[in-house]
Design a protein around this ligand. Sequence first.
Ligand code: GUN
Ligand code: ZN
Length: 475
Amino acid sequence: MTTSARVYYGAIINPVDLRHFDALPRALIGVTSDGEIAWLEKDVEDHQVQDLLAKHSWSDVELFALDKWDWLMPGFIDTHTHACQFPNIGIGQQYQLLDWLENVTFPTEAKFADTAYAKQIYPSVLTRLISNGTTTCCYYASLHLESTKILADIAHASGQRAYIGKCNMDRESPPTYIESSPEQSVADTEALIKYIRSLPTTLVHPIITPRFAISCTSLLLHQLGALAAKDPTVPIQTHISENLAEIAFTKSLFKDCETYADVYDSHGLLKHNTILAHAVHLEPREIELIKTRNAGISHCPTSNLNLSSGSVKVGEMLDKGIKVGLGTDCSGGFAASILTVVQHASIMSKVVSFEARGKVNSTASKSDSTFADKPLPVATLLYLATVGGARVCNLQDTVGSFEVGKSFDALRISLNPRTKNPGISAYEDPSGFKGADSEKLLRERLEKFLFCGDDRNIAEVWVAGRLIGGQNFSG
Ligand SMILES: Nc1nc2[nH]cnc2c(=O)[nH]1
Ligand SMILES: [Zn+2]
């Protein structure tokens, strides 16, 4: 769907790299009717606006001036969540992973055998994620083909950018929630790929989704690897090395593989377009292998804390140049918002740094240019939530930041006191972003939003230039 071309004038936050983001108090951004960013001008005074529109031959285009409390920023990218687990968010947090799957999660997912249940649940999943500012999302669905097609239909109708996979699981699962054979599992996966590709969209894509090594026979993993080799444009998502009992069980099932990462690699499933959720307890040789294969990590700290899985040494991965993004991992994580994940990623990095302080070989004081064993800076958190996620999804040329030629997948954030969140009286600067310290104010407001903001502050959500959600969305 196209809208008319638009120009936005006001403050913009734009991630640059792991250590920097631009805070531009007075930017002018032109978005084509196809939702592509056509041009971006910085430091534009009010009296220059019309001249710049003329320079771009855009004088007739509708101009939207942002409120002094507002800014635009790229939409959030959730690299890992389970649409079929939203009904059990917030339940069973006394468990660790394997018991939690058995007692809480598998029984919930089994209900999606009924397509009426999928039609009841999935629309609210999309609405909730979009209102939290998630413009791109990687979804696990249940193992059921028909219900997963419904999720794809709903994602398509919502306008969100999405990767959708049905789980592959043919062993170590309850009798009521297991696939009958590897052949059936692969046939349903191929049918889903075909179905999603038949939808009239460039935004919704299929993704091969072996649940995790434990729930897949070697034969099934080989067949999924062959499918990925036959059609290399289809990405892969799975879980890796989340919990110590899970790792021990995996090694007992795949005795020929030295490590968890070897299991996926030896079945042709560890590639540049593989998304690996968690990666909590990776061995150094697994980290090297993941780097060599250029697979991406979905860092899910809310889930890792909630299911007592452990702390992730994200800084080490970033130092090695591994692609890292953020994931809500609902319902292992109890929050559907990437903002909560940002907050927990920050806290977790501080815990990692406390622990490192006590160790002789700590890298904490070695160099300012490394991330290992240090709290993640705000710029890094912003990057992980946007560009980092885009890289994990291999969408870095399309989304994640505002650059000419990329898609306008964007949020309008508002800290207007009208939103009633957060208590920001100290920030009620009547000059908005026009005062002398406007860049500093904008940087402070971003930090305030990342740590205290929620969906009340997300006024508008666009994907490919189309307004699809936010507090001001009535559609
Ligand atoms: N967090 C999480 N880990 C898993 N490992 C296998 N399945 C799951 C799941 O549903 N959630
Ligand atoms: Zn998960």
